[in-house]
Design a protein around this ligand. Structure first.
Ligand code: PA5
Length: 450
């Protein structure tokens, strides 16, 4: 269960400002559901929790069971939307030190990620881990041509074939890609890898509830049926066009009211370290969806209370263009009592017998109030449990709010034209055939001659 509380915004905006967004929200809602807005060929995620391919879902669960049986490590190769959702779910719902525990405790293979950077150091360190372990691989790329995962897969495929032989490597490599096009699809067909589909009408950052996210998540031992159940209930709950009945739309409306008041950066705040990658996933979702044509809210994140000792100073006292969305898990996954110390040398006996969760919650409440005093508006998103069902709800909540918010900003929330600029320059500087003119221009600029 998710609840959004916007009471703390009322020091900064008037309630009517949000209410006045209702007609715009309704327009965005109808554009989304009638599928006549910008990017309307990428709306497959909207009804996915109900209309997902049940046969493929069954294959995902079967493949996950096979990988769990045959592997000590699942190596997931992907970047952006082809990686963040799975990592977010696994880190939120799994043991905090999952990969450091033994397999008996973990009851699942280690899930490791690569192809999300071009760091030789990261890659070499990863290769050190593979020795002596049984490895399976899930290469994930919708386009099948993204440079970072393609480089990683070139190396890993060669490693797997050398280590296991081509036939067994084929048995251990799983490809998640486009139904019919792209280099990965061609390779996957040629080698006969078991493959899963990223539907044509679902973009990378909206794809966590497809095989893209579900296969690695299932391998980690998380119940993907519960995730889909949560997402399905959220799809039903957030289908009402009226702002007053729909917390998902309230979130979209509130953040846009704040933007219009000059609060241009949204900080996602959590008090659970396991949420860190959920924030990374959310940053990509909102950053790539909204940041275009000179518009958008800059998505940032902090992990508290850790970051109260680093970014806390800026948030309390720095330039005033920030607002916060604070995620509060009402029932965290575990509890831990604080013991009594007879000597009380640290003076902390006033906390004896308390659960750490209570202390953490007081830190949240205290910080929220301090930040209001410091001029930072905030909303609190209460999530009842740190479990698979609530994760499904959260994913859908943020996806739909993002689409609505993008329409309120008059951008196409489903494309990412800006991502191409760095790629073009990188290919030119690397000497890719066909980029000779660009290369000369860029090198002149880099050497100060252009
Ligand atoms: O949201 C998006 O579309 C992107 O972030 C992609 O997920 C990312 O660029 C990876 O693309 P691909 O899956 O084609 O390798």
């Amino acid at each position: 269960m998710i609840r959004l509380n916007t009471t703390n915004l009322m020091t900064f905006i008037d309630a009517e400002e949000i209410e006045h967004m209702a007609p715009q929200i309704e327009v965005a809602h109808h554009m989304l559901h009638k599928k006549n807005g910008p990017g309307n060929d990428f709306l497959g995620w909207l009804d996915l929790p109900v209309e997902y391919d049940k046969e493929e879902f069954r294959r995902i669960r079967t493949a996950a069971a096979k990988i769990r049986k045959e592997s000590d490590i699942l190596l997931v190769i992907g970047i952006g939307g082809s990686y963040l959702g799975a990592r977010a779910a696994i880190e939120l719902l799994g043991h905090s030190f999952s990969n450091a525990t033994d397999k008996k405790t973990r009851k699942a293979p280690m899930v490791l990620f690569c192809g999300n950077s071009i760091s030789a150091t990261y890659f070499s360190d990863l290769m050190d881990l593979l020795e002596g372990k049984r490895v399976s691989v899930n290469i994930i790329s919708k386009s099948g041509t993204t440079t970072e995962p393609a480089i990683a897969f070139r190396v890993i495929r060669a490693y797997m074939e050398k280590r296991y032989g081509r036939q067994e490597a084929r048995n251990r490599i799983y490809a998640t890609t486009d139904r019919s096009k792209g280099a990965l699809k061609g390779l996957s067909d040629q080698e006969g890898y078991e493959s899963f589909v990223v539907p044509d009408d679902i973009g990378g950052r909206y794809s966590v509830l497809t095989a893209v996210g579900l296969l690695p998540i299932a391998v980690a031992g998380i119940d993907i049926r519960e995730i889909m159940r949560g997402a399905k209930d959220a799809a039903k709950a957030y289908r009402k066009a009226t702002l007053a009945d729909n917390d998902c739309y309230l979130y979209a409306a509130a953040r846009n009211c704040l933007l219009r008041r000059g609060y241009t950066t949204e900080v996602m705040v959590n008090y659970e370290p396991g949420y860190h990658f959920m924030t990374e996933w959310w940053k990509q979702l909102y950053g790539e969806s909204e940041g275009k044509n000179g518009r958008g809210i800059f998505p940032a994140g902090v992990d508290n209370t850790t970051d109260l000792h680093s970014m806390g100073q800026y948030i309390q006292d720095g330039r005033r263009m920030l607002f916060e969305t604070v995620v509060n898990f009402v029932n965290p996954r575990r509890s831990f009592g604080i013991p009594e110390d007879p000597e009380n040398l640290d003076g902390l006996n006033f906390l004896s017998g308390m659960d750490m969760n209570e202390v953490n919650f007081k830190a949240l409440q205290g910080t929220v109030l301090a930040h209001i005093d410091g001029g930072v508006p905030n909303m609190v998103l209460s999530v009842s449990d740190m479990n698979a069902y609530c994760l499904g709800e959260l994913v859908y909540f943020f996806e739909k709010a993002c689409a609505i918010s993008g329409y309120l900003l008059s951008v196409n929330p489903f494309n990412q034209p800006g991502v191409e600029a760095y790629k073009k320059n990188m290919f030119a500087l690397l000497g890719k055939p066909g980029f000779e003119k660009e290369r000369a221009e860029l090198e002149a600029r880099l050497t100060g001659k252009g």
